[in-house]
Design a protein around this ligand. Structure first.
Ligand code: ADP
Length: 491
């Protein structure tokens, strides 16, 4: 029987996602399954959760009995709904509990408590699985980001059938650590001894820090980011801890689900295309322009620069705002989609008004439009200040849009840098150097990209390389299997 890897994650696409984390939990499990792992996922059920892909919420199998969880002196009753997900390749347990199951995924003052409930539920569910007949052993508990951090503690402290099972913690974004006043500690079932030993950080309670120290192995989503977070500049005040745990820290780049992200079959594109049949993509460009109110290119046909992003400081959207005017005046169009920081949203909105027909911006979270931008833009901007891995550039490449990305984190590990436009070689995109706040470096890169765009041979060679690059989860999953083996999982 296959050994079980129990994943704990606040997000899981297509049910609920705020960013790349949800996509990773969608794409990695089927590849782990093919590699011989029985993947089980514990996640929440929220108001925003969509169950259409399973045929509605009613298609989920409720556990006959609720589970009562002791959290911070309260008893929280949780209902567990089980479903075969990932096309049958994984089993997911949706936890429905008061506090946790609110309308939105995040953004409440008691988020730490909400996700403590999720972490407690994960241990309780693991314990039931460990006692069930007909299942393999629980080989590892694998928690993702700060929301699941407490499961690394509870796996040790809660009396359960899985006490002592090996643990793995993955950092998807170090910027979010679950930092709270120390006075919150009792609510989260962290004893004072454990607080001082694992969680105390500059006088505050830091859930991520605890998980980093408690887990048997820590991974992050690219080798470059694994190195960068050990530096002062990108360590978000945890660099010292990350240097101290260097021996158990590694980076495994994210992959993409090539079935659900396939331009040859994507139902949300107006026309389908592939590397061997790229012609229809032209129609997609015209359709996107029409959809967003960008002027049709005409004879000089300006390149369309795509942007699909959370609007946060991390993503460098402000830098894009700084150069947008120059880029479109030089002959270019911008198709932007994203939401987040209100000031950044407003900035894009005004740019749109200033350049009608040349800059289009939609403030929304819209998966279909995101796909159409990937599948129709010529260039894709990622001026990130830091980037743990980044998935947007992987989708852009697969959909034929050439990334113009700052050389940081996972962007370095996943985009093959173009050095010379007269000798494209295996390059898949444009990586540029420059400080995290340097808009000039971005503009220079965009101008170079525009020049390459006029060179049909170079442009098409780059596009072919980008579309054919293999970022599938299968070979990434093997690195996780190797890691699970190293902590004793019998596989
Ligand atoms: P992060 O996880 O830091 O937000 P990633 O590049 O790893 O960045 O993943 C972002 C994911 O979220 C991609 O799947 C991207 O298409 C999606 N996304 C981001 N913003 C939007 C949006 N406004 N509408 C639709 N999808 C979005």
């Amino acid at each position: 029987m296959k050994p079980i890897a129990l994943h704990v994650s606040s997000e899981l696409a297509p049910f609920h996602k705020a960013g790349g984390l949800g996509d990773v939990l969608a794409g990695l499990p089927p590849a782990l399954d093919r590699a011989g792992v029985d993947v089980r996922i514990v996640t929440g059920r929220y108001g925003v959760s969509k169950f259409a892909s399973l045929g509605g919420f009613g298609a989920l199998r409720p556990w006959p009995l609720p589970i009562d969880l002791a959290v911070g002196g309260q008893t929280i009753r949780a209902h567990v709904y089980e479903a075969k997900t990932h096309g049958g390749a994984a089993t997911t347990y949706f936890v429905d509990a008061v506090h946790l199951s609110r309308g939105e995924l995040y953004g409440y003052g008691d988020d730490a408590f909400r996700f403590a409930i999720l972490s407690k539920a994960a241990i309780a569910i693991a314990s039931v699985l460990a006692r069930s007949k007909g299942l393999g052993p629980i080989g590892v508990v694998h928690a993702h980001d700060w929301h699941a951090a407490l499961s690394m503690l509870y796996a040790r402290t809660v009396a359960s059938a899985i006490r002592g099972v090996p643990t793995v913690f993955t950092i998807h974004n170090l910027a979010y650590q679950g930092e709270l006043p120390a006075s919150e500690t009792p609510w989260l079932d962290i004893g004072w001894g454990d607080y001082h030993r694992w969680f105390e950080h500059f006088g505050a309670l830091n859930l991520m820090k605890g998980a980093l120290l408690l887990a048997d192995r820590v991974t992050t989503v690219s080798p470059s980011y694994a190195r960068e977070i050990q530096t002062r500049e990108l360590g978000h005040r945890l660099d010292g801890v990350l240097r101290a745990i260097d021996a158990k820290l590694s980076g495994i780049p994210n992959g993409i689900d090539t079935k659900t992200w396939d331009p040859a079959a994507d139902a949300k594109l107006p026309v389908n295309f592939s590397a061997s049949d790229p012609e229809p993509r032209e129609l997609g460009r015209a359709a996107l322009r029409w959809e967003l109110g960008l002027s049709q290119g005409g004879r000089d046909d300006p390149p369309i620069l795509g942007v699909v992003s959370r609007f946060t400081h991390q993503k460098g959207i402000d830098l894009l705002g700084d150069v947008a005017d120059a880029f479109v005046r030089g002959g270019g169009q911008i198709a932007a989609l994203g939401e987040g920081d209100a000031r950044l949203e407003e900035r894009l909105h005004y740019l749109c008004l200033a350049h009608p027909g040349r800059i289009a911006y939609r403030r929304a979270f819209d998966d279909g439009l995101a796909r159409r931008i990937y599948g129709a833009s010529d260039l894709f901007a990622m001026p990130s200040r830091f980037e743990p891995c980044g998935l947007a550039q992987l989708y852009a490449m697969r959909y034929g849009s050439i990334p113009v990305a700052r050389a940081t984190g996972g962007l370095v590990d996943t985009v093959q840098r173009l050095h010379n436009q007269h000798d494209v070689g295996g390059a898949t995109g444009i990586l540029y150097d420059g400080g995290p706040d340097e808009a000039g470096a971005l503009l220079e890169a965009l101008e170079w990209a525009r020049a390459i765009g006029r060179d049909r041979g170079a442009r098409e060679a780059l596009r072919q390389n980008a579309m054919r690059a293999n970022h599938s989860w299968d070979h990434r999953a093997l690195a996780y299997v190797e890691l699970y083996r190293s902590v004793g999982m019998p596989i």
